[in-house]
Design a protein around this ligand. Structure first.
Ligand code: PLP
Length: 463
């Protein structure tokens, strides 16, 4: 343990010496791994040696300060300590009895987070591995509320059920309707406005059309902080439609929900308090190592009604008086994830977390200002949080510009110090800089911008 702790600490101290993306091609790691397991135990020396030689250099370094791709996430030191102790305990708190402290810490820490995000008392949280699963559970609860008989009889005999989200919602919502047996066509993609926000009037129209065609709308998913551009859907207007139409309102705040701990960013996300369910991932932007996704429910009984099932061998005397977290979804076993979140919140305090989130948003504004000031580039979406969407605008038509930006991205990422990702907005390729790493400073963004500008210059000269 002591040696491994030193290795982990050394890694974090020197992570910036690595290129963010490892210089490795598909199959190269596997080719160096024995095809069969060892018959006899091997000395720890050789295990740790192989870790250092084969594994550490060949990961994509999410804890690197130049990791600016996807939603950049970071495991902070207190979170790593909590994760380590959770591994040592190896407790599985499917029932209160099998983990009293983990059950009650999960209840306490998720309620702390509820208060930090200024969500109403009465919202009850629990922790899943990912937002994809949290959203799946929420839509499962929505299905159960609309048609409880689906639990016993399945979907046969029911009208076709429909779910709504913006065209910018995360693909996990598609996967949720697929997994729940509704079929991908049950998911209606509502058009968005020029700032990539779901259009509530279009939502109302689509719900009415579906009802007229004999379909049964059950749920709408609003996103606060969409994956591509971090746009915020107009939740109050969506909540009005949901209330009028009797739809379950699920809010996906997997990324931007963490910013709601700052009053000024919470103000950018009005209507959260009207959700039936809301997901936020502390593993995205609250400095908690992956995995940790908190699902809040206004009425946790709705989720329990959909999923709770206690076989004889799991019956305990505390049933009915204590929380059994296995009742909140299809999975029975669960990891002790609240320990790392507890460590993070206590070590930094709410103020310390706010300072870091505000610093990331300030860095994003700074990067966006560099892009705006440069001829031949444009910022492609509003920048409410810590993510900037931008692109080069060389002379030429749309497809030529897309090719240019794809080449630019490949050149920037091949250099080593930074890793950016891309998306499509208004059918055009745009580059994304997402800031969420504890170690990212102005100097790392300056490096990213220099690589982008120089790369574009070289590409222009090559044309
Ligand atoms: N929702 C949003 C808005 C996201 O941006 C993402 C991932 O980036 C997800 C959901 C899925 O998150 P997870 O990997 O926790 O399933």
């Amino acid at each position: 343990m002591h040696r491994v702790a030193d290795m982990a600490a050394d890694y974090l101290e020197h992570v910036a010496d690595y290129p963010v993306l490892p210089p490795v091609r598909p199959g190269e790691v596997r080719a160096q791994l024995p095809a069969a397991p060892p018959a006899e135990g091997e000395p720890l020396e050789s295990l740790l040696g192989d870790y250092r030689r084969l594994i550490e250099p060949n990961v994509t370094h999410w804890n690197h300060p130049g990791f600016l791709a996807y939603f950049s996430i970071t495991g902070s030191a207190p979170g790593i300590l909590g994760e380590t102790l959770a591994a040592a305990l190896n407790v599985n708190h499917m029932l209160w009895k099998t983990g009293p402290a983990p059950t009650e810490l999960e209840e306490t820490v998720t309620d702390w987070l509820r208060q930090m995000m200024d969500l109403p008392a009465g919202f009850v949280g629990h922790i899943n591995d990912t937002a994809s699963i949290s959203s799946l559970l929420a839509i499962g609860a929505a299905r159960h509320r609309a048609f409880p008989e689906a639990r016993t009889q399945g979907l046969t005999g029911l009208p076709p059920l429909t779910v709504y989200c913006s065209e910018h919602a995360h693909s996990s919502i598609d996967k949720a309707v697929i997994t729940l047996g509704l079929g991908q066509t049950a998911l209606r993609k509502v058009p968005a406005d020029a700032a990539f926000r779901l259009d509530p009037a279009a939502l109302a129209r689509m719900v009415a059309e579906d009802r007229a065609a004999g379909r049964q709308p059950i749920c709408v998913v609003a996103t606060e902080g969409t994956t591509s551009s971090t746009s915020v859907d107009p939740v109050p207007a969506i909540a009005d439609v949901a209330a009028r139409e009797g739809l379950w309102l699920h809010v996906d705040a997997a990324y931007a929900g963490s910013a709601a701990i700052c009053p000024e960013y919470r103000a950018l996300m009005p209507g959260m308090e009207r959700a039936d369910s809301l997901v936020v991932n502390p593993h995205k932007w609250l400095f908690t190592p992956v995995d940790c996704s908190v699902l809040f429910l206004r009425d946790p009984d709705a989720l329990r009604a959909a999923f709770a099932l206690t076989p004889e061998y799991l019956r305990t005397a505390e049933q009915g008086t204590a929380t059994n977290l296995m009742d909140y979804g299809p999975q029975m076993g669960r990891r002790f994830r609240s320990l790392k979140l507890w460590f993070v919140i206590r070590a930094y305090g709410v103020e310390g977390l706010r300072v870091r989130i505000r610093a990331h948003c300030a860095l994003a504004q700074m990067f966006a200002s560099w892009v705006r000031a440069e001829a031949g580039f444009e910022v492609c979406a509003p920048v409410p949080f810590s993510t900037v969407c931008f692109r080069a605008t060389p002379p030429g038509d749309g497809p030529a510009q897309d090719t240019f930006n794809e080449r630019l991205l490949a050149a920037v990422n091949a250099a080593g110090p930074v890793f950016l990702s891309h998306t499509k907005l208004n059918a055009r390729i745009v580059l994304r800089v997402a800031i969420g790493n504890m170690r990212t400073r102005e100097e790392h963004l300056a490096t990213a911008w220099r690589l982008v500008r120089d790369g574009a210059e070289r590409l222009r000269r090559a044309v």
